[in-house]
Design a protein around this ligand. Structure first.
Ligand code: PLP
Length: 396
């Protein structure tokens, strides 16, 4: 018998596979252009030219043994120093290479951090709705996921609810802003309120409760909204960043972990996270792409297309009588469903619209529409949404 945990996962995974297969099935019947697949958060904007230019330049000019060899598990010191400098420039921090570990995307970073922090049975708080993989990552290290609903008005974290959920076993809280799936950016006020609670409770527990800040959408914020840099508000913060979305590089698997010097047990945590990188089998973040991102630290994909999509979809759905949350960041529209969310998703499918029910993010009554698609897909989908609204009697 193989791992029972994995047997369970193969069963639950089939929901996602079924959606993918459904998209293909519908495309065969109706033609790909008549299927509106909003199910995946896969960036559709190409990486900036600087990325490919950097790859060519590095491959042409770098000494092959230096380029392809093993390295220290935390990543190239020069790359880490460059990342630290870019953070200091943008956030007025004072990091250096000893605060940065290069990671295999945000997913790799989160697994490294959770392996570093958790003993079996330790509790990790997540704010629902949340990126569903958090449950798997916490379970990888026999931690216990504790789900605390966001404020239902504005989807900001609810500091009082977090306070009530903290126990002597609480080791960490994962925050994600800009948020997948709501598109909400956590305000400075929310971060301050949470920090206050975590400071009080850490003191009461006699052990730090760490914030793990998952930030793959940091640069995807619209209208100049500011995304608070959490290490500045709460010293026991570990940041997991990724270039998957900001440079449209999800397949390259590259990101970094920030471990601030002022964190409790800094040296132990940094050493443990370096070892975790090795023994989880990553060994180190991919060599070539580490050097590439170091040359592209001030680049990002043009978010104007996501912005156009955001406006088109939000206004389009609002006009049809739907009730979406206006996204401040990321590339997801979070919509209240006028009926049971799974039923809503099934009804949408009848009009070739593929979206994800809120239940998948532990928040029933909503659905997520990923608008990292061609703008024409959104334009063409609006008549289908109109038929869906009519079916649901939304404007009556
Ligand atoms: N965290 C959140 C909130 C995400 O939405 C994603 C990917 O969609 C990840 C982490 C994983 O990102 P990466 O590709 O960098 O591993």
């Amino acid at each position: 018998m193989i791992s029972e945990k994995m047997i369970k996962l193969t069963k639950s995974n089939s929901v996602i596979r079924a959606m993918f297969e459904e998209g293909n099935r519908l495309a065969e019947i109706h033609g790909r252009e008549n299927v509106y697949d909003f199910s995946l958060g896969n960036p559709n904007i190409p990486s900036p030219d600087a990325v490919n230019n950097a790859i060519v330049d590095i491959v042409k000019n770098e000494e092959p043994m230096a380029l392809h060899g093993y390295m220290t598990n935390a990543g190239y010191p020069a790359v880490r120093a460059a990342v630290a400098k870019s953070l200091n420039t943008r956030f007025d921090t004072s990091f250096d290479e000893k605060n940065i570990i290069m990671s295999v995307g945000a997913a790799g970073g989160l697994n490294v951090v959770l392996k570093t922090l958790l003993n079996p049975g330790d509790e990790v708080i997540v704010i629902s709705p949340f990126f569903v993989e958090y449950g798997n990552y916490v379970s990888n290290f026999d931690g216990k996921l504790v789900i605390v609903p966001a404020n239902s008005e504005d989807f900001q974290p609810d500091a009082n609810a977090v306070r009530d959920a903290i126990t002597p076993r609480t080791k960490a809280i994962i925050l994600n802003s800009p948020n997948n799936p709501t598109g909400v950016v956590y305000t400075e006020e929310s971060i301050k309120a949470l920090s206050k609670v975590l400071k009080e409770k850490s003191k009461e527990n006699g052990e730090p409760i760490y914030i793990v800040s998952d930030e793959p959408y940091r640069e995807l914020a619209y209208d100049g909204v500011s995304v608070p840099f959490i290490t500045k508000y709460y010293k026991n913060t570990i940041v997991c960043y990724s270039w998957s979305k900001s440079l449209s590089l999800p397949g390259q698997r590259i990101g970094y972990i920030v471990i601030p010097g002022e964190i409790d047990e800094y040296e132990l945590i940094f050493d443990a996270a370096s070892i975790a990188t090795r023994i989880l089998g990553y060994v180190n973040a991919p060599a070539l792409i580490q050097r590439v991102v170091a040359k592209c630290l001030y680049e990002q994909t043009s978010i104007s297309i996501y912005n156009t999509n955001r406006e088109l979809l939000y206004n389009g759905l609002k006009d049809l009588g739907f009730d979406p949350v206006y996204p401040q960041g990321a590339f997801y529209l979070w919509v209240k469903t006028p009926c049971d969310d799974k039923e809503f998703v099934e009804k949408a499918k009848k009009y070739n619209i593929l979206i994800v029910p809120g239940t998948a993010f532990f928040c029933p009554g909503y659905a997520r529409i990923a608008y990292c698609v061609a703008t024409e897909t959104i334009e063409r989908s609006l008549p289908a949404f109109k038929k869906l609204a009519k079916k649901l009697d939304l404007n009556d």
